[in-house]
Write a protein that binds this ligand. Structure first.
Ligand code: GTP
Ligand code: MG
Length: 195
């Protein structure tokens, strides 16, 4: 996909603020600091449109990025960040749950995990929940550049096993550093938008 236009649209704290133009939406969930915002930047060839930081917990709303005036990438707040209060965690959880179950323009959820580590408990809960509701999901195993290529296949296999990944759910090997997996992921996104 050739990205000719990308813009930050809104940090939405609730449904009242979600865009109303009906463009298809691709949402990104994953633990804090796993690399969601970096993945967005790589996908759209922008250095820092989606704000990244080495301080986890930075993204606290649903951040909408408009692409080519035809679709949105929606960056979720990262989960599993210990320093966030329980009340706030529950509020985020509710917001995400409602979004995933009620947002009619949602076409695909990208569950972003770290290739180097087994999925966290929260990753597994998220995957099971999304599978239970049969929402369209693609697991993206990122930070591949931080592992030698010789270990990729084994890590992917273990990740699939630990999650109990369904055969109808794709998994993409990704790196926001090198751009590995970018074209494959755009292909999956486009197929889900058309579906
Ligand atoms: P929250 O917004 O806190 O939920 O985090 P996030 O998931 O958006 O993570 P973010 O994109 O901010 O990345 C966190 C850190 O990991 C940053 O220092 C990034 O530079 C680094 N990072 C993300 N993806 C990659 C990758 O593919 N390779 C390498 N080497 N570093 C990465
Ligand atoms: Mg982020």
């Amino acid at each position: 996909m050739k990205v000719t236009k990308s813009e930050f649209v809104i940090s939405a704290v609730g449904p009242d603020q979600y865009p109303v133009d009906g463009w298809p939406e691709i949402a990104l969930a994953g633990r804090s600091n796993v690399g969601k915002s970096s993945l967005i930047n790589k996908m759209i060839n922008r250095k820092n449109l989606a704000r990244t930081s080495s301080t986890p917990g930075k993204t606290q709303q649903l951040n909408y990025y408009g692409i080519n005036d035809e679709l949105y990438l929606v960056d979720f707040p990262g989960y599993g960040f210990a320093k966030v209060s329980k009340t706030q965690r529950q509020a985020w959880g509710k917001m995400i749950e409602r979004y995933l179950l009620e947002r009619e323009t949602l076409k695909l959820l990208l569950l972003v995990v770290d290739l180097r580590h087994p999925p966290s408990k929260d990753d597994m809960i998220m995957y099971d929940w999304v599978s239970h509701y049969d929402l369209p999901i693609c697991v993206v195993a990122t930070k591949a550049d931080k592992l030698p290529r010789s270990r990729w296949a084994k890590q992917i296999k273990q990740m699939k096993q630990s999650l109990g990944l369904r055969i109808d759910h794709p998994m993409v090997l990704f790196s926001s550093d090198t751009g590995l997996g970018k074209d494959e992921l755009w292909g999956i996104i486009k197929a889900n938008i058309r579906a």
